[in-house]
Design a protein around this ligand. Structure first.
Ligand code: ATP
Length: 291
């Protein structure tokens, strides 16, 4: 189990901000951290990785205690089997792209993994470049690949795909899911993108002012189960599923996911990723594909 319970007062621009979070996560799951700017998401990752010391609490990863304020245990970052992708990438400036990846390779591991990741992240042509000659999105891919090379048991990703274009973003979202199922590593990722959370995460923790506001499967946390009144919005289809005898589309509208019951005849015309308009007509939602 991944058992994290930490407390620490943080500096804040406004009211007092006291981070006080407890997470119990099955190993091998992907959990997203979601919430407005400044609520403590990065600080929480830094505490788990050992870069920031909690005032009190306990961090126990798969039976090994990384931090325990009551027994004064506090493993150094390099003693924690965690990989961390920072918001500012933190690449080694004097090493090439390939050098950055090779640096993270555990002793006695095959270099083939580095070559596979260079290919998967479309970095082969950039492998001899130094970080200063890379774009933000390219640096972000190198940072993520370098962390995956380390094959950590816990992967901490701070908005790992924010600088990427939509198609690369989607491809790497799939890859994060694939790595997670192949390596069975647990992943905690910060994301502001609900569709990304929906596609990648098993669980989501919504942080608000340092505390857990909501926790559960993305579908349960974000879905608005009741719709009433007149409305007309555009959105994106995240999923279509059969529930008993009816079909239900899950549509992302702004930051909300709503459910719309579909007529079987509408399904053939709709697929995941379609931009749609959702409207109420005498309180019955109808859905239309946008060209
Ligand atoms: N070492 C520290 N000690 C105390 N407070 C800190 C420390 N480092 C950062 N803070 C404060 O913690 C607060 C939360 O910052 P944090 O970066 O964790 O938020 P966040 O939710 O990740 O925001 P964003 O989404 O903008 O990245 C900020 O007000 C920041 O000033």
């Amino acid at each position: 189990m991944i058992e994290i319970s930490v407390r620490k007062p943080l500096y804040s621009a406004g009211d007092e901000l006291k981070l006080d979070v407890t997470i119990n996560l099955e190993p091998g799951q992907i959990m997203a951290l979601y919430g407005p700017s400044g609520v403590g998401k990065t600080s929480l990752l830094r505490m788990i990785s050992g870069l920031m010391r909690p005032e009190s609490g306990r961090i126990c990863i798969n039976g090994k205690v990384w931090f325990d304020s009551s027994t004064k245990q506090n493993l150094k970052p390099q003693e924690r089997n965690a990989g961390f992708v920072f918001q500012d990438f933190a690449l080694f400036p004097n090493l090439t792209v390939e050098g950055n990846l090779m640096y993270g390779l555990p002793k006695n591991s095959s270099r083939q993994m580095v070559y596979d990741l260079l290919e998967r992240f479309e970095l082969q042509k950039l492998k001899d470049r130094k970080p200063e000659l890379l774009s933000g999105g390219q640096k972000q891919r190198v940072a993520l690949a370098r962390t995956l090379v380390q094959q950590p048991e816990l992967l901490l990703l701070d908005e790992p795909l924010s600088a990427l274009d939509p198609s690369m973003r989607r491809s790497l979202q799939d890859y994060i899911r694939q790595i997670n199922s192949e390596q069975q590593c647990t992943i905690i990722l910060v994301s502001h993108d609900i569709s990304e959370i929906f596609r990648t995460a098993h669980k989501v923790l919504v942080l608000d002012n340092g505390k857990a506001d909501r926790y559960g499967a993305p579908h349960d946390v974000f879905a608005r189960k009741q719709i009433s009144g007149k409305f007309r919005f555009t959105g994106e289809i995240l999923g279509i599923r059969k529930e008993d005898v009816i079909y239900v589309a899950e549509v992302l509208i702004g930051t909300d996911i709503i459910k719309v019951v579909l007529d079987p005849s509408e399904i053939t015309n709709l697929s995941v990723g379609d931009k749609v308009m959702v409207a109420s007509k005498a309180f019955n939602p109808i859905i239309q594909k946008l060209s």
